[in-house]
Design a protein around this ligand. Structure first.
Ligand SMILES: Nc1nc2c(ncn2[C@@H]2O[C@H](COP(=O)(O)OP(=O)(O)O)[C@@H](O)[C@H]2O)c(=O)[nH]1
Ligand SMILES: [Mg+2]
Length: 127
């Protein structure tokens, strides 16, 4: 699975982070799974963005109090350049959270990445 992250901020700009490996792999292999972590401070519009892009039922907050308290995956089919892909947008607890520290949130995101990577390895080892 390819991984990418999107960092959102209140200036309505999106920063995309991905390795060159991602770009090369996308062009040369049959890898049709992409996971994108969406990160940013609480209230910036992460859940709203995921709902608009995926068309899935994603709960957004009414204000600055956060409502995404754990990492959540939203998986949907997406056609890109005539290739059918499956995209997983990962809604992450916002930094500057009402109830949790940034370090705690970063730890949870890292744990999600590690477990996803481990499950990818074990899937590939299956016959
Ligand atoms: N009109 C409009 N409202 C937005 C947009 N992005 C976020 N919002 C609103 O801003 C509030 C916070 O958004 P949310 O996605 O819950 O923020 P999150 O904490 O980053 O997940 C919600 O009430 C959203 O409806 C946008 O692009 N347009
Ligand atoms: Mg949210």
């Amino acid at each position: 699975m390819n991984t990418l992250s999107i960092a959102m901020n209140h200036n309505e700009s999106l920063q995309f982070h991905g390795s060159s490996e991602l770009r090369e792999e996308s062009q040369t292999t049959e890898s049709h799974e992409v996971a994108i972590a969406v990160m940013g401070v609480t209230g910036v519009g992460k859940s709203y963005f995921i709902r608009e892009v995926s068309g899935l039922d994603v709960t957004t907050s009414g204000g600055l109090e956060s409502c995404t308290s754990v990492v959540q995956e939203y998986r949907f089919p997406f056609e890109f350049a005539n290739i059918n892909t499956t995209v997983t947008l990962v809604d992450t607890p916002g930094f500057n959270d009402t109830f949790r520290s940034d370090a705690d949130i970063l730890k949870e995101i890292a744990q999600w990445m590690a477990s996803t990577y481990r499950s990818k390895i074990s899937n590939e080892e299956l016959p």
